[in-house]
Design a protein around this ligand. Structure first.
Ligand SMILES: CC(C)(COP(=O)(O)OP(=O)(O)OC[C@H]1O[C@@H](n2cnc3c(N)ncnc32)[C@H](O)[C@@H]1OP(=O)(O)O)[C@@H](O)C(=O)NCCC(=O)NCCS
Length: 146
């Protein structure tokens, strides 16, 4: 993998690139342009993006606390050209570390069918079906962290 930095967006320009990336990866392919890209927890969440040496965003992910000991990961995505080289795993690792620092003992998430194997490879366990806000089938998954 070329040099990749994982960090939070800082400047308005970076936030804009991060939002655009999230749209391109998570919403555009679904052809559901009316579906909002953001929930109401954006401001209390920690956002991470991966940037390459051209400062292009190539991955995104977000974590927030549901309770004092449970965190949730949302809006996770890796650019098509950078899949299956371990970048998604690195992003989850960093998000889990943030959750741990905030006191999480468990991480939960809702995975699209095509992402279940990815999360399983990182130790997440499928708990049951979840009806998502975008009305495509998801499964609730969770992982205990220490
Ligand atoms: C799911 C996603 C984030 C995975 O990112 P990634 O960087 O390709 O994942 P990694 O390279 O870290 O993969 C780690 C392991 O997960 C598993 N995995 C990842 N993608 C997989 C796939 N499409 N099918 C089966 N297993 C997969 C493999 O075991 C892989 O290890 P391997 O490549 O050595 O076999 C990426 O495919 C993506 O952005 N998809 C579109 C958006 C999306 O579905 N986001 C999740 C919303 S719930």
């Amino acid at each position: 993998m070329d040099e990749v930095l994982i960090r939070s967006p800082k400047t308005p320009k970076e936030w804009s690139k991060y939002d655009d990336f999230r749209w391109d990866i998570l919403r555009k392919p679904l052809k559901l342009s009316h579906i909002p890209l953001k929930d109401d927890l954006e401001d209390i969440s920690t956002h991470l993006m991966a940037v390459d040496n051209q400062e292009s965003v190539i991955a995104c992910g977000r974590i927030h606390m549901n309770t004092s000991n449970e965190a949730q990961i949302r809006y996770m995505g890796v650019s098509l050209n950078h899949r299956r080289i371990g970048l998604g795993s690195k992003m989850i690792d960093r998000l889990e570390s943030i959750g741990r620092v905030k006191g999480a003992k468990k991480i939960v998430l809702n995975a699209r069918a095509e992402a279940i194997k990815f999360y399983e490879s990182l130790g997440y366990i499928e708990i049951g079906p979840y009806e998502s806000d975008i009305k495509i089938p998801h499964s609730s998954m969770e992982k205990l962290i220490y």
